[in-house]
Design a protein around this ligand. Structure first.
Ligand code: NAP
Length: 250
């Protein structure tokens, strides 16, 4: 497997990111499983991949800090010496708050992780993948959200705005690097059953929202991973700048 493609999944320790890591390994990618603080969760993903015959490493690094990004890419350079795919998955929400309650600290933190982190990771990936830099090409998939178009009023307009930024960034970067062998796409998940809702103080959100979803149920992390794997794959060689809704019709 030493010549196989290498994928970095930010926030690969849990939820959608973990599902992407497991699915990518099944398809033959070697995987860097990034995490912020839950080392055991990342190591569990690595263990599952290894037990199934794949190759993975756990890589600590906060995408909201320059030191964290440097640590992530240094670890990949040392372990694999190449990079072929990036899933910009790490993302955070805050507890439900109106605009007049959102603190500057919360806003800066959200922008740093969801927007600056994704843009900086993409920049480091482009340096390694773009033919302009001597790379072999590659694919980037960004995690947007249905909130980018719905706006999340009364819950987290700041989070929605960060995902709107991801949509614009996806379109722009796709066009910027299209002639350099790098494809850039995004997925817009709707309500997916992961820990993110509990981390935002609404542990039952996925179940509570089911009646408002046309398909009447939340999605699974695996269903989002399938869409991401398609965008990373050679079945999508003419797809760039696309933003794919994975939202049960929402
Ligand atoms: P999740 O279950 O809360 O998992 C978040 C992951 O991101 C964890 O692996 C976490 O690492 C990592 N992470 C958080 N902050 C980080 C940081 N600063 N640096 C590096 N890693 C960090 O989230 P999820 O629901 O799978 O969501 C994944 C992505 O999909 C996010 O971008 C989210 O906005 C988007 N999305 C989710 C939904 C949904 O309904 N779930 C809907 C639309 C969009 P640790 O394990 O170390 O904490």
């Amino acid at each position: 497997m030493s010549g196989s493609r290498v994928l970095l999944v930010t926030g690969g320790s849990r939820g959608i990111g973990a599902a992407v890591c497991l699915a990518a390994a099944r398809e033959g990618w070697r995987v860097a499983v990034n995490y912020a603080s839950k080392r055991q969760a990342a190591e569990d993903v690595v263990r599952q991949i290894s037990e199934a015959g794949g190759t993975a490493i756990a890589v600590q690094g906060d995408v909201g800090s320059e030191d964290g990004i440097e640590a992530i890419f240094s670890a990949i350079d040392a372990a694999f010496g190449r990079l072929d795919g990036l899933v910009n998955n790490a993302g955070i929400v805050g507890p439900p708050e109106r605009i007049d309650e959102i603190s500057t600290e919360r806003l800066e933190w959200m922008l740093r992780v969801n927007v600056t982190g994704s843009i900086r990771c993409a920049a480091e990936a482009v340096k390694r993948m773009s033919t302009r830099h001597g790379g072999q090409g590659g694919a980037i998939v960004n995690l947007s959200s249905a909130a980018a178009v719905l706006g999340a009023p009364g819950q987290y307009v700041d989070y929605a705005a960060t995902k709107g930024a991801i949509d614009s960034f996806t379109i722009g970067l796709a066009r910027e690097v299209a002639s350099e062998g790098v494809r850039v796409n995004a997925v817009r998940p709707g309500i997916i059953d992961t820990d993110i809702h509990a981390s935002g103080g609404l542990p039952d959100r996925a179940r509570d929202m089911a009646p408002s979803i046309p398909m009447q149920r939340p999605g699974t992390a695996g269903e989002v991973a399938d869409a991401i794997l398609y965008l990373l794959s050679d079945k999508a060689t003419y797809v760039t700048g696309a933003i794919l809704n994975v939202s049960g019709g929402r």
